[in-house]
Ligand binder design. Structure first.
Ligand code: SF4
Ligand code: SF3
Length: 553
């Protein structure tokens, strides 16, 4: 195997025997095969989408399949070989349908002879590792063209995840789906040069902004605008279900089905922001947030004692004999061997009754912490605080903002982010989103008092990683309010922590918006060639974090 798509790529170069994430060589091969089939599907979908009849049922099936397929290959989403195999087979079926349609309509398919367009495992999926050299990332990937192609591929995976969430709430955008198809084809086009690929990477950033805006509209359209909210991090007396991942629609369905069941629902990791939406506040059994970022799940799932639902990444393979292993359920793009998968039924709904019944027989969670944390500072809430924030800037009470969005990870070097947050001066406000926040969101950094008698928390948590869109809107609002021409003239620094591929699309979105001098860590992506790194440094001023001991004083 060879995989280097995330920040924990072995040795900072790539996983070759088994993933640092726990992915086996066979799972890695199957994920590569799924990406290969996705490219084959895109090869035939691309000519069709230029036809007047493009947006019909087959196209919407193709878009849904592509979104789910790419999401399935995101780090820590799916370790279940059978589920990945099933997606490969349904993708091959789709490719046949599309191929027939192209033939019937006499459409020119430029890459029809390529391996991705013709590859067929003919029933046996056992030999996948043998063909991975042909369909996977080559260990000799380091030309600038290959590096840009990988950067684009990982951005598209992140884009697909956000489009999938929006679609689950009924929001789709044909131009974003069309871009996904076109850009996937570009990742295999042998004729693309550095400038063409660089332009596509920037276009991915532009579409990343649009996808996050779409998801924001879907979330706020369904659940209202997030508002400043205190969330309990303690536990109640009743047993509970712990919900992890990012999919708000799954959380809503579970809350509806578990009302009056005598149990509580707790959010885990990236599900924390749900508490700030009016549409979720109405559920009295949505008790609080339990635990921390994804990588601490062994300890926290053990003490939770009730069933756990993964709606999306990040799954950590459980140790042997983990007490919670038979209590974990997955849904959507996620999967893990031995964890039960909840699919949609014939009526299109997900049935969570098994989880609910299991929770009713469980012990209540063991408390890990007590007190509350504050969330809900998405763009609408921040806009309502615009007057005190501007007053604080003008008076000098707030001298700068630091955007600390992104992902957390298990490496000890990420303590850098806690140290960084702790040592920021009292006139600095942290704008955060994503699970990176768990490194510092329980620190008592206090408030800033404005001359008008208002208080501003020193950590403003906008929500999930996709709510980085809110942070960008906040920056643009401040730029306009302060009468500045350039987003880079604001007193805002960007210290982004990345881990998986959704952080890649967030980064590309920030670059598209013109943000310069982003500090990216804790290490730069292994898939950046020296030429692409130079391009990012020279054109955008991207740089790594200082060594963890050299934090801001
Ligand atoms: Fe390694 Fe990350 Fe790939 Fe897992 S996803 S195999 S940790 S590079
Ligand atoms: Fe975290 Fe997995 Fe990326 Fe949505 S939950 S930010 S790592």
């Amino acid at each position: 195997m060879f995989c280097f798509q995330c920040q924990e790529a072995a040795g900072g170069e790539g996983c070759t025997v088994v993933g640092s994430c726990g992915k086996t060589a066979r799972t890695a091969a199957l994920q590569d095969a799924l990406m290969h089939v996705a490219r084959g599907v895109a090869i035939y979908a691309d000519p069709i989408q230029h036809q007047p009849s493009a947006f019909d049922s087959i196209q919407s099936a193709v878009h849904a399949w592509l979104r789910l397929a790419l999401f399935t290959t995101i780090t820590n989403a799916n370790f279940e070989d059978e589920a990945i195999e099933a997606r490969i087979r349904s993708g091959l079926d789709l490719r046949v349908d599309l191929q027939k349609r192209c033939k019937d309509e006499q459409l020119n398919v430029p890459l029809a002879a390529s391996h991705a367009a013709t590859w067929n495992p003919c029933g046996s999926l056992e030999i996948f590792p043998d063909i991975q050299a042909e369909i996977g990332v080559k260990p000799t990937w380091n030309s600038d063209e290959s590096s840009l192609s990988e950067l684009l591929t990982y951005g598209l995976k992140g884009l697909s995840a956000y489009l999938h969430h929006a679609a689950e709430l009924g929001w789709t955008d044909s131009s974003l789906n069309a871009f996904l198809v076109r850009a996937l084809v570009a990742t295999i086009n042998p004729h693309d040069d550095v400038s063409t690929l660089t332009a596509l990477v920037m276009e991915a950033g532009e579409n990343g902004v649009k996808a996050m805006a779409l998801l924001d509209s879907a979330n706020t359209g369904r659940y209202g605008h997030p508002e400043q909210t205190q969330v309990s991090i303690g536990v109640g007396l009743r047993p509970g279900i712990l919900v992890s991942g990012h999919d708000l629609a799954d959380l809503e369905a579970l809350l509806v089905q578990s009302e009056d069941a005598g149990i509580d629902i707790y959010t885990h990791c990236e599900m924390l922001p749900a508490h700030s939406y009016p549409g979720f506040k109405k559920y009295r059994h949505l008790y609080g947030n339990y635990g921390n970022a994804w990588w601490q799940q062994h300890k926290e799932f053990t003490s939770f004692r009730g069933p756990i639902l993964f709606t999306t990444n990040c799954i950590v393979p459980p140790p042997k004999h983990a007490s919670y292993a038979d209590k974990v359920f997955t849904t959507g793009a996620t999967g893990f061997p031995g964890y039960r998968y909840i699919d949609r039924g014939p009526d299109g709904e997900k049935d969570f009754s098994e989880l609910i019944a299991m929770a009713q027989c469980s012990e209540p969670p063991v408390p890990l912490e007590s007190g509350t944390i504050t969330c809900g500072f998405a763009h609408n809430q921040v806009a309502e605080l615009a007057t005190p924030i501007l007053e604080a800037i003008e008076s000098g009470a707030v001298k700068r903002f630091v955007v600390m969005a992104g992902c957390d990870g298990r490496h000890a070097q990420r303590d850098y982010y806690r140290n960084f947050a702790e040592k920021l001066s009292n006139d600095t406000v942290i704008l955060t989103a994503g699970c990176a926040k768990y490194r510092y969101n329980k620190l008592d950094l206090g408030f800033i008092e404005t001359p008008g008698g208002n208080t501003i928390p020193r950590i403003l948590d906008a929500g999930q990683c996709n709510d980085s869109y809110s942070l960008a809107l906040t920056a643009l609002t401040l730029k306009d309010a302060l009468g500045l021409d350039d987003i880079n003239s604001l007193p805002i620094e960007y210290n982004i922590a990345w881990y998986e591929q959704k952080a890649v699309i967030v980064l590309l979105a920030l670059l598209y918006l013109g943000v310069k001098d982003i500090q990216l860590g804790p290490t730069l992506p292994a898939f950046l060639s020296s030429g692409v790194t130079s391009l990012l440094v020279e054109q955008f001023g991207i740089h790594g974090i200082p060594t963890p001991v050299k934090v801001v004083a």
